[in-house]
Design a protein around this ligand. Structure first.
Ligand code: HDE
Length: 716
């Protein structure tokens, strides 16, 4: 009888708590508390870790102090190379549940079994910045997902934009060298607003479409929780009979796809450089678990050539107007990591990690990635990166790979080769779950070339620009002006303007208004086509909800508790994270002696930390006067300028209305208990109509922004 040995038997803790991945991770977690004494790495108890061993209190430090040497030496080697791109990121664990099986399309069990909950993991990231750079820079965001399926890890290493800058992986080093800070002075950090970046982009017509995406609001997402994710490439699904269907993957957030405004993003870079990772962490800690639908666009093998673009070209989308996205399952992120370094820094995604029933297409960008990711993990983590807990599959696994550094597991199988005399680690036929590549018929001469449709660069860039609402177009123009105004060589600005002119003449003209030295060429035709799905303001699948938003309730001490407390509760019932902001953190006293707990202070936060803010009134004129302080006036003006909903109750109303709606409502509310919503400012003198106030306020929060504000109610 064949002796079956498992090369590595994970000690999955015998517990019913959490999913298989949580239990596996727990088995690798070292718990230290006050019952564990401090020891050296090798178990010798330590009695002093603050003073090195010295020859006399004022004498030289001696080499013999093994604890001192171990401590400093380990510290010297604490850092590993940061990721060459996507260095800054944040992760969470969760689960995936299928609700619509892809029967007949794939044999991958993850897409067939609706009864199954699959452990999941996602790492979100910026692309260009270093590990310590700020979160809210203009950049694509990485959306690297992993499902720990019963048939192995499936890594879908995507971005928040459905296209990429280049078509062929061989150009990736050039792209990254150009986008990273200028090499002589390493400026600017985490930004594309510099000469090399726009030099590369304007000299690469293939980046024309992606330029639109990064210049648009997509480049500055409000939250990881409010971002779409895209697999970008065309992949394949293979059914039990070996038939292939092309597939593009989409992650669509339940909270809608929303962005910051540029001024807000710039300020947050300084005010809270961890804005996105904190937002994700806090939401999960608060139980507001972010969710995404996994959507697929399916294209039959025989339809491969029916589009005017090439499915193998990662600079093109399949417009949803042509092939609808079918949502098949829900991803929920519900657990924060225990230890950033081991669980986030050491996670090693590889695009080639797929499971039976899936395969790649011949996209040349994907082919390069399938080499690059494995290769880069070896530099970052060493050849045994698969042994790191976060990277281990939860299904049984066994290989004949051996040794390398460091290697932590003793393997009892004495025959690390195949075949062997005891049939240890037998092969598995495709019918028994063994991976079988799709037998694609290929022929051709060896050449450095792409299909002819790869040479069309403008059509989908026009489609994107045309599909934007007016306010989104204004943002693209402003972003392009900002980026190019930071390029100091006119040749770079000129070349970018010429590229923009191919997208839309009017767009190029408007960008050029901020650049004295460029000339806009004559107009070229814009095909005028639009997609119903691309705009974040008017897009068909866009979601507007107050759920998951953060609201700052500004309570100056002595506030009216009866105005603040019910409001906080009503917002929380609607799924909003309602935070009290006051002069100091901790218990803030109301006029009647009741308290609410302030998590933020007027000094340690700004309106930028919140999606909307509310000012609560107090008992008398003396209280109303206390509102008139610079920090609070600034908060109102700034929130207004960022198009956010602003609320005011009781005698805080005139303070807010005077600043936001001068003249119109300077005496506050017309009828004593009426709730008024005027251009995103919601106010009520009394909260007798509390529920109505909350409803109007929540409607405003759900709208995301009051975009028409910049043309109305601007104080002269
Ligand atoms: Fe990556 N990319 N990439 N990339 N990428 C990396 O792998 C690479 C591309 C993406 O959270 C690196 O582990 C090449 C497209 C994400 O750990 C590296 C090419 C898309 C992450 C690498 C691309 C991505 C990476 C650096 C051109 C969207 C973060 C560290 C063919 C679909 C993963 C690492 C994480 C990371 C190479 C293009 C997404 C060097 C050669 C297109 C989300 O291997």
């Amino acid at each position: 009888m064949a002796q079956v040995l498992h090369q590595v038997a994970d000690k999955v803790v015998n517990s019913t708590v959490g999913d298989a991945k949580a239990r596996q991770m727990e088995s690798f977690t070292i718990h230290q508390d006050s019952t564990t004494p401090l020891t050296t790495y090798f178990g010798t108890k330590v009695s002093d870790t603050d003073k090195a061993l010295r020859a006399g209190a004022r004498g030289p430090t001696v080499l013999e102090d093994f604890h001192n040497r171990e401590k400093i030496s380990h510290f010297d080697h604490e850092r590993i190379p940061e990721r060459v791109v996507h260095a800054r990121g944040a992760s969470a664990f969760g689960e995936f549940k299928l609700h619509i099986p892809l029967t007949g399309i794939t044999s991958a069990k993850i897409f067939l079994d609706t009864g199954k909950t699959t452990p999941a993991y996602v790492r979100f990231s910026t692309v260009g910045g270093s590990r310590g750079s700020a979160d809210t820079v203009r950049d694509p965001r990485g959306f690297a997902s992993r499902l720990y399926t019963d048939e192995g890890n499936w890594d879908l290493v995507g971005n928040d934009m459905p296209v990429f800058f280049i078509q062929d992986a061989i150009k990736f080093p050039d792209l990254v060298h150009a986008l990273k800070p200028e090499p002589h002075n390493e400026i600017p950090q985490a930004q594309t607003a510099h000469d090399n970046a726009w030099d590369f982009l304007s000299l690469h017509p293939q980046s024309t479409h992606m330029q639109q995406w990064i210049l648009s609001d997509r480049g500055i997402p409000r939250s990881f929780r409010m971002m779409q994710g895209f697999g970008v490439h065309t992949f394949r699904l293979i059914n039990a009979e070996g038939r292939s269907t092309f597939v593009k993957y989409h992650w669509t957030p339940h909270l809608g796809t929303h962005s910051l405004v540029w001024d807000e993003a710039l300020k947050l870079n300084g005010q809270d450089p961890d804005f996105h990772r904190r937002d994700l962490w806090d939401a999960i800690e608060a139980g507001a678990y972010p969710k995404w639908e996994l959507g697929v666009q399916l294209v039959a093998e025989e339809d491969e050539h029916k589009f005017d673009f090439d499915l193998l070209d990662a600079t093109k989308i399949i417009p949803e107007d042509l092939v609808p996205v079918k949502n098949i399952g829900t991803l929920t992120l519900n657990r924060n990591p225990v230890d950033y370094f081991t669980e986030v820094e050491q996670v090693a995604f590889c695009t080639q990690h797929i499971v039976p029933g899936m395969d790649f297409s011949s996209d040349p960008l994907l082919a390069g990635r399938n080499f690059s990711y494995q290769d880069t993990q070896i530099t970052r983590l060493g050849i045994n990166f698969g042994d790191i807990p976060v990277n281990r599959p939860v299904c049984p696994f066994a290989t004949n790979q051996r040794d390398g550094k460091p290697n932590m597991f003793s393997k009892s199988n004495r025959m690390a080769y195949h075949p062997n005399r005891h049939d240890v680690l037998p092969l598995t036929a495709p019918a028994e779950g063994g991976f079988a590549p799709y037998p694609e018929k290929v022929s051709g001469v060896k050449e450095r070339a792409h299909g002819p449709k790869f040479n069309e660069f403008v059509s989908q860039a026009q489609l994107f620009y045309n599909s934007m609402s007016e306010v989104e177009k204004k943002h693209i123009i402003a972003a392009a002006q900002f980026e190019l105004s930071k390029c100091f060589e006119t040749v770079v600005q000129q070349s970018a303007i010429e590229r923009f002119n191919l997208v839309d003449h009017d767009f190029a003209l408007q960008v050029a208004e901020a650049l004295q030295d460029v000339k806009v060429p004559d107009a070229v035709p814009n095909h005028g086509k639009r997609s119903e799905y691309l705009s974040q303001v008017t897009g068909k699948s866009q979601v507007f909800t107050a759920e998951g938003r953060k609201v700052g309730i500004y309570c100056v001490p002595g506030f009216d508790y009866s105005q603040a407390a019910p409001l906080k509760t009503e917002l929380e019932v609607a799924g909003v994270m309602a935070k009290i902001v006051s002069v100091a953190s901790g218990a803030v006293k109301a006029s009647g002696g009741e308290t609410l707990t302030a998590e933020f202070t007027f000094e340690n936060s700004r309106s930028t930390h919140f999606d909307a803010i509310i000012f609560v009134g107090g008992p008398d004129e003396a209280f109303a006067k206390k509102l008139k302080q610079g920090r609070l006036i600034h908060a109102v003006r700034e929130a207004y300028m960022h198009f956010k909903t602003i609320g005011a109750t009781g005698n805080a109303v005139p303070f807010v209305t005077d600043l936001c709606l001068p003249g119109d409502f300077s005496t506050g509310v017309k009828g004593a208990s009426d709730v008024v919503q005027e251009n995103g400012v919601v106010f009520a003198n009394s909260l007798g109509t509390g529920a109505e106030f909350s409803k109007k306020f929540l409607d405003g929060v759900a709208r995301h922004r009051y975009w028409d504000r910049d043309v109305s109610h601007i104080a002269a």
